[in-house]
Design a protein. Structure first.
Length: 140
């Protein structure tokens, strides 16, 4: 799939993968692609910044919606209603067991979506593109 992209586009895909890995996601979605575009000096990145969507603002918004370490915004809200601060738990676990303790503990699992290829849901060396991200890239 990647051979048909320019070097600049391939670099963008690698950046999207790095955004996913930094957030602890085992998948690369449209959100990660948008974050990667926002970080570039490309015309698309410039348009995003002119529209007020700076890389920092997008990262903050993505963090609120997607969460990190695989816990999304809805899960964080639910846990908060129970008095559980996900960030505090993460910091405590990493202080006790090391910076990648939660990544190692989570492992990987797979799920199927109505006839679509499975999407990697846990951390791993090579996150997979979601079906929607593949469509964004022009891969049916």
């Amino acid at each position: 799939m990647f051979e048909r992209f320019t070097a600049e586009a391939r670099h963008l895909l690698v950046q999207a993968q790095e955004h996913a890995v930094r957030r602890g996601h085992g998948w690369i979605g449209c959100e990660h692609l948008l974050l990667a575009v926002a970080d570039t000096q490309s015309p698309a990145g410039s348009l995003l910044r002119e529209a007020g969507a700076s890389p920092e603002a997008l990262k903050e918004a993505a963090g609120a919606v997607l969460g990190s370490n695989g816990i999304d915004g809805d899960d964080k809200l639910l846990l908060a209603t129970l008095g559980i601060d996900v960030e505090a738990v993460t910091r405590a676990a990493e202080a006790t067991f090391g910076s990648d303790a939660l990544q190692a503990a989570r492992g990987t699992r797979r799920r199927r979506r109505r006839g679509r290829p499975s999407v990697r849901c846990g951390p791993g060396p090579s996150p997979q593109f979601t079906p929607r991200a593949k469509r964004c890239l022009g891969d049916p």
